[in-house]
Design a binder for this molecule. Structure first.
Ligand code: C2E
Ligand code: MG
Ligand code: MG
Ligand code: MG
Length: 285
C-alpha cells in the first residue's frame, strides 16, 4: 500500500517535471525570432528619493507579448533565455532600447534621472560587453553617469576575477553598478568590498513584512547601517505600503521602489510621474 502511494507521488512529480520541461521547450521555441518580430518592449519603474519623493532612477523591465503564447512574464522566459544563451542577444536589445528611449527624453525633467538595466552573467562574460555599453551610450548621446547596471549576487560568484575586472572598466567609464535582490543570494558580505559597487538593492522578501516582523525589521536596519558605512546607496525593493516607506525613510534608506511608489509603466506615464514629483509648478504634461 505504502509502495503504491510512493509510486503515485513519483508519478505526480514526474508529471510536474515534464510539464515544466515542456513549458520551457515551448517558450524556447517561441523566443526564436521574437526580437525581429518586435514582440518585446520595456516598461519603467520609478525609484524615488525616500526623503523628498523626487524621481531619481528608473528601472527598465522587459516585457514580452508573444504572437504564439500571448503575454509571458520575465519569471517564465528569462530563465529559459539564460539556459539557451539567448539572454545575451536579448540583453543587448534591452541596453540599446533603453538608451534609445532615454536619449529621446529631451524634457529636462529626466536629465538627472538614472536608468537601471538588469544584466545577466552571460552578458558580463562576453568580452565585448564594455565596448557594447560604451557604444550604446555614445550612439544615443547619453553620459555614462545616466546608466546603472543591476547584477545579482550569482553573477559575482560565477567568475569573480573576470567580473571584478569588467566592473572596474565599467566604473572607470562612469557607469554605476547596483547589486540586485541583496540578501537572497549566496555571496558573502566580503563581496561587498571586493567589487566596485555603488548601490545595494534590498530584496522585497525583507521589505515585505518590515512592519510586522521584528526579525526582518532588524535585518533591514542592519543592512542599511552596513551599506551606509561602506558608502553605498541603498534602494528598498517591493515597497507596497506607506507604513513600509515611513519606516525605511526613518532607517536612513536613500531610495524607494515598489507598487506604493509606482507600478512599472510605459514611458509617457513615467514623464507624467516625474512631472508630478518635480518641484516645478510650470510643469504640465
Ligand atoms: P528585479 O530586477 O528584481 O525587478 C523587480 C521585480 O519586482 C519586477 O518584476 C517588478 O515588477 C517587481 N516589483 C516591483 N515592485 C514590486 C512590489 O511592490 N511588489 C511586488 N510584488 N513586485 C514588485 P518583473 O518585471 O516581473 O521582473 C522579474 C525579474 O525578471 C526581475 O527582477 C529581473 O531579475 C528579471 N528581468 C526583468 N527584465 C530583465 C531584463 O531586461 N534583463 C534581465 N537579465 N533580467 C530581467
Ligand atoms: Mg532589477
Ligand atoms: Mg530586484
Ligand atoms: Mg527582487
Amino acid at each position: 500500500e505504502a509502495k503504491k502511494a510512493g509510486r503515485g507521488e513519483q508519478r505526480v512529480f514526474n508529471d510536474a517535471m515534464n510539464a515544466a520541461a515542456k513549458d520551457a521547450l515551448v517558450i524556447d521555441g517561441a523566443l526564436r525570432g521574437a526580437i525581429e518580430a518586435g514582440e518585446f518592449y520595456l516598461v519603467y519603474q520609478a525609484i524615488t528619493n525616500a526623503h523628498t519623493g523626487k524621481l531619481t532612477k528608473v528601472e527598465a523591465l522587459l516585457r514580452w507579448n508573444s504572437s504564439l503564447l500571448g503575454p509571458v512574464t520575465p519569471d517564465r522566459f528569462i530563465p529559459v533565455a539564460e539556459d539557451s544563451g539567448m539572454i545575451v542577444e536579448l540583453g543587448t536589445w534591452v541596453l540599446e532600447e533603453a538608451c534609445r528611449q532615454v536619449g529621446q527624453w529631451k524634457h529636462g525633467l529626466l536629465d538627472d534621472v538614472t536608468i537601471s538595466i538588469n544584466v545577466s552573467a552571460w552578458q558580463l562574460a562576453d568580452p565585448g560587453f564594455v565596448a557594447l555599453v560604451a557604444q550604446a551610450l555614445q550612439r544615443n548621446g547619453l553620459s555614462p553617469r545616466q546608466l546603472e547596471l543591476e547584477l545579482t549576487e550569482r553573477v559575482l560568484i560565477d567568475d569573480a576575477a573576470n567580473v571584478r575586472a569588467v566592473l572596474g572598466q565599467l566604473r572607470a567609464l562612469g557607469v554605476g553598478i547596483s547589486l540586485d535582490d541583496f540578501g537572497t543570494g549566496y555571496s558573502s558580505l566580503s563581496y561587498l568590498t571586493q567589487f566596485q559597487l555603488n548601490t545595494l538593492k534590498i530584496d522585497r522578501a525583507f521589505v515585505m513584512d518590515i512592519e510586522h516582523s521584528e526579525r526582518n525589521n532588524k535585518l533591514v536596519h542592519a543592512i542599511i547601517a552596513m551599506g551606509q558605512s561602506l558608502g553605498l546607496q541603498l534602494v528598498a525593493e517591493g515597497v507596497e505600503t506607506a507604513g513600509q516607506a515611513a519606516i525605511l525613510e526613518k532607517m536612513g534608506c536613500h531610495y524607494l521602489q515598489g507598487y506604493h511608489i509606482s507600478r512599472p509603466i510605459p514611458p509617457d506615464e513615467l514623464l507624467r510621474f516625474a512631472c508630478a514629483r518635480a518641484d516645478a509648478p510650470e510643469c504640465a504634461i
